[in-house]
Design a protein around this ligand. Structure first.
Ligand SMILES: CC(C)(COP(=O)(O)OP(=O)(O)OC[C@H]1O[C@@H](n2cnc3c(N)ncnc32)[C@H](O)[C@@H]1OP(=O)(O)O)[C@@H](O)C(=O)NCCC(=O)NCCS
Length: 148
């Protein structure tokens, strides 16, 4: 499968909302995605297969620390490198913007995502108790520091 990655555009949001709803118990709304486009410190990326939107990820840059969130791939397109392609673009863009550290939260049971993040050098550094709802679950806090 050929995957391309580019920055999020308004026209991607409807498709992304469907992917969110199929993937998360508390999906982001279309309004939440639209809000991202208004903030220059938020950078979001989508993966495309034959022009179809199949996933997204993004970060908020706070004082050159990037908080990564909303990493998701359409269930029909997983295990084909889409998340890896998006995160490669994310890390490249963030580093070019001067980001020197990356952090994120992930459900402690989400082994697929934890493996994915470990591939990029993130390490588990702490736990946020009961961070998630539906179902209630702890989050691991992962970091990649000195990531110049
Ligand atoms: C996590 C997720 C984004 C991975 O997307 P993907 O496009 O399938 O990931 P890739 O194909 O790029 O896989 C990269 C690596 O992730 C890990 N991985 C992905 N899916 C995995 C699985 N089901 N089990 C174990 N490891 C997995 C592997 O290390 C994999 O590398 P490999 O294929 O060489 O073994 C996807 O499973 C998803 O959307 N999950 C639901 C939403 C979610 O939980 N997001 C994370 C929120 S913190």
């Amino acid at each position: 499968m050929e995957i391309t990655v580019r920055e999020l555009q308004e026209g991607d949001i409807e498709a992304l909302s469907r992917i969110e709803a199929a993937s998360f118990s508390m999906p982001w709304s279309e309004a939440a995605f639209r809000d991202l486009l208004r903030h220059s410190y938020c950078r979001y990326f989508v993966a495309l297969s034959e022009e179809r939107v199949i996933g997204c990820c993004g970060y908020t840059n706070l004082c050159n620390e990037a908080n990564i969130d909303n990493v998701v791939v359409d269930p029909d397109f997983r295990r084909q490198g889409a998340a890896t392609a998006m995160l490669n673009a994310l890390f490249k863009t963030a580093r070019a913007e001067g980001v020197t550290a990356f952090t994120l939260e992930v459900r402690v049971s989400n082994h697929a995502a934890i493996h994915l993040y470990e591939n990029f050098g993130l390490k588990i550094e702490g736990i946020r108790p009961d961070f998630y709802e539906k179902p209630k679950e702890n989050a691991y806090i992962m970091w990649l520091r000195d990531a110049r």
